[in-house]
Design a binder for this molecule. Sequence first.
Ligand code: NAD
Length: 330
Amino acid sequence: MRVLVTGGAGFIGSNYVRRALTGAYPAVADAELVVLDKLTYAGNLANLAPVADSPRLRFVRGDVCDARLVSELMRGIDQVVHFAAESHVDRSIQGAADFVLTNVAGTQTMLQAALDAGVGKFVHVSTDEVYGSIEHGSWPETHPLEPNSPYSASKAAADLLARSFHRTHELPVCITRCSNNYGPYQYPEKVIPLFVTNLLDGRKVPLYGDGLNVRDWLHVDDHCQGIALVADGGRPGEIYNIGGGTELTNRELTARLLAELDADESMVQPVIDRKAHDRRYSVDITKITEELGYRPRVDFAAGLADTVRWYRDNRPWWEPLKESAALPEI
Ligand code: NAD
């Protein structure tokens, strides 16, 4: 079996690749993994270093928008797991062009090539942000899409294109919509690694608005476990929410991180809220739980402590990224 993984040098994609190559997913235990990644600012070969010597891994640097390359790579592929995307909401607010190119046109290129090659399963990794924002309750997969940021709008467009390739062409597509992930190897512009690395450097952390926005935090291992279940047993044409982590306001999350790093409230710098900042996300995970036996395994307190430890122990991984990137200064 051969699996094409796009974005496999990013945070979540590399977790999937590392775990697939170290036996976490029985259905792909012997599979060859072809990773296609453009290595944008967010892609990093160091994320694949633990499995770089695996004879089952082939890495190709390239763009999911490159139709010729994608159709070449698609030959002999049994399964696609499509992670590649521009993924940071704040960057999409500053400029949305790359989001439309990679997330929308890139997904269309991937879908067309998969259709032409007769691929057996195409897992499109979407996000719960496509649903918009919800005050109470949780979204089932049937909820209309009401994305609010250019990032989530581009992901919603990709998600609908993926759905349309199943409806129109019967391409065996499954779509996953997951909540916020945390864990090791996450680029230090996202809130948890940004706050942890700032605090490790004795710098303040920027808290948006009133800090009462709510997110459901799921360990990246649990997201990838859900994707593996969908890749193996998900029904073509179906959408599966993935979540079931821990709902916290940003203020509560910040308090936990301050406690982990022996810091206090004086390290919090309130900053003007993100434009159109979604108030709360919450997915209903009944479908993937009942159909595929999914359940999150990583306890949040333990997962967060491990994640903080990882950043503490891996300065050489994140220091160059913080130096090179235009990260928010406060
Ligand atoms: P990331 O930004 O860490 O990684 C994205 C990867 O895609 C990088 O390796 C990058 O080099 C690659 N890439 C970008 N543009 C490319 C292109 N044109 N061609 C080939 N490769 C390209 O993102 P992530 O947090 O790992 O997210 C992965 C996927 O999961 C995304 O589709 C994202 O929308 C989705 N998702 C993320 C979260 C989260 O909390 N991070 C939650 C739900 C869904």
